[in-house]
Design a protein around this ligand. Structure first.
Ligand SMILES: Cc1cc2nc3c(=O)[nH]c(=O)nc-3n(C[C@H](O)[C@H](O)[C@H](O)COP(=O)(O)OP(=O)(O)OC[C@H]3O[C@@H](n4cnc5c(N)ncnc54)[C@H](O)[C@@H]3O)c2cc1C
Length: 428
């Protein structure tokens, strides 16, 4: 598989990037009888694919209503519809069955290989690439794309030039750059006349200002409500000047630098957008099922029932043990104080911490830790029915390089399978 390039091979299609989108494009085109080359700069295909789903690979989502499926991609859903109809999540399951991969459905319709191994998914794809006689060129880095009169004439690689009738750029985004996704395709596309929507890390944890967050590292929260607030006037960061922008219920996780987990990942794209104007706030409600009055009543009852208890021993029913010392510290209530001596003011401070626990977000964890890249090649310059560039005659784009990203749950890989499959169905 690791060969030097025979100069001036004349392929029907050359696919740049051996990730999920590039592999699917190559398989799709070769299965229609096209002569296809797949170029990957790493020494193996699908380096990032191996990391997906914590090594288990959440292949797709078993939501069968395509319109509902597409909505998950937000404002760019309409662009993706033709690709999703062309290659549906059901087609993905069928395709992987043909590759010898049985699948199973888990919480939230997430589809995984039965074996729980992303490496099996990759093995299945490579088997299919070989079956369709795709020429795989590993350890081969595309350096530049040469065009004339809106047509790509050849590509320069570090192993020689390649000439092809058509080209697909599927080089991914900027997230997890150590897997090979270093944004090379963005530069070529821009040079060829395409517009780039500023790439931003998405599905990523956040970093907060509060140093005491380290004490909470590893604590996962269930059934909490987290709201996202932005200062209406970035020069005056008084809490009263913050406006609420998003609100989510569910699970979250404290890290050594901030927060991650489902709620935070879901909000991270919005947070990334806000951070360009300054820090924003996350407000955690540890007891969303009770309003302020109900929770105050509950505290009063607890404090009356266990009136001999010291404050430091009174919160076990209310909070996970890991966070109790911090809440005690922040409440500024003497930990040794008997609960029946806690004043109304002190109880109000505690209530505030339980219902409005504030964190100041200063950064996201960046592309190094982001699951996907938001932004990418502007979609209005691409024909959604073919994935063909509207600017360059023999250029197609597929996968994360496009300005589309979805939530967790298999949506990002499905976008790659669908756009890749469609790009591979080119006619010429
Ligand atoms: C930790 C992690 C977990 C994830 N888990 C899931 C999940 O479970 N489910 C899900 O749906 N999504 C998941 N994702 C997202 C998913 O992996 C990506 O959306 C997907 O890999 C994008 O595929 P792609 O083919 O567009 O790009 P990539 O996977 O980035 O592949 C692009 C390829 O192009 C190659 N390349 C780049 N430049 C050049 C060049 N100049 N010459 C030659 N080759 C080049 C790169 O080496 C790379 O192999 C996860 C992402 C991460 C980081």
């Amino acid at each position: 598989m690791n060969k030097n390039i025979t100069q001036n091979q004349n392929y029907d299609l050359t696919v740049i990037g051996g990730g999920p989108a590039g592999m699917m494009t190559a398989i799709s085109a070769a299965s229609k009888g096209k002569d296809v080359a797949l170029i990957e700069k790493n020494r193996r295909l699908g380096q990032k694919l191996l990391l997906t789903g914590k090594g288990r690979c959440n292949i797709t989502n078993a939501e069968n209503d395509i319109k509902k499926f597409a909505k998950e991609y937000g404002k760019n859903a309409h662009f993706l519809l033709p690709a999703l109809y062309n290659f549906t999540p059901q087609d993905t399951l069928h395709f992987f069955m043909q590759c010898g991969i049985n699948t199973k459905i888990e919480r939230g319709n997430r589809v995984f290989p039965q074996s729980d191994k992303a490496s099996d998914v990759l093995r299945g794809l490579v088997k299919m690439l070989n079956k369709q006689n795709v020429e795989i060129l590993l350890n081969t880095k595309v350096v530049s794309i040469i065009s004339k009169n809106n047509t790509i004439k050849k590509i320069n690689t570090d192993k020689g030039d390649i000439i092809s009738k058509n080209y697909v750029v599927a080089t991914g985004g900027l997230s997890y750059p150590e897997t090979g996704s270093t944004g090379d395709g963005y530069k070529w596309a821009e040079k060829l006349g395409h517009k780039l929507i500023l790439p931003r890390p998405a599905l990523v944890g956040v970093i907060v200002k509060e140093k005491w967050i380290k004490q909470l590292q590893g604590l996962s929260l269930k059934n909490v409500k987290i709201t996202l607030h932005q200062p209406s006037d970035p020069d005056h960061l008084h809490p009263s000047s913050y406006k609420k922008l998003d609100e989510k219920f569910g699970e979250a996780l404290f890290t050594n630098v901030g927060m991650s987990g489902p709620i935070i990942l879901d909000m991270s794209k919005k947070i990334g957008g806000l951070l360009q104007y300054g820090p924003c706030k996350l407000v955690i409600d540890f007891k969303p099922a009770l309003d302020f009055t109900q929770l105050d009543k509950r505290l009063l009852n607890d404090f009356q029932e266990f009136d001999k208890k010291m404050f430091k021993n009174s919160l076990n029913q209310l909070l996970p043990s890991k966070i109790i010392p911090l809440i005690i510290e922040l409440s500024k209530i003497n930990p040794e104080k008997r609960v029946n001596q806690i004043t109304r003011n002190e109880r109000s401070r505690l209530l505030h911490l339980l219902k409005e626990f504030e964190l100041t977000v200063t950064k996201t964890e960046g592309f190094e830790k982001a699951i996907v890249t938001a932004g990418g090649i502007e979609l209005t310059e691409i024909d959604s029915k073919t994935m063909k560039s509207k600017i360059i005659d023999n250029l197609y784009l597929a996968g994360e390089i496009l300005d589309i990203d979805g939530p967790t749950g298999g949506y990002n890989l499905q976008m790659c399978w669908s756009t890749g499959s469609l790009a591979g169905k080119f006619r010429s």
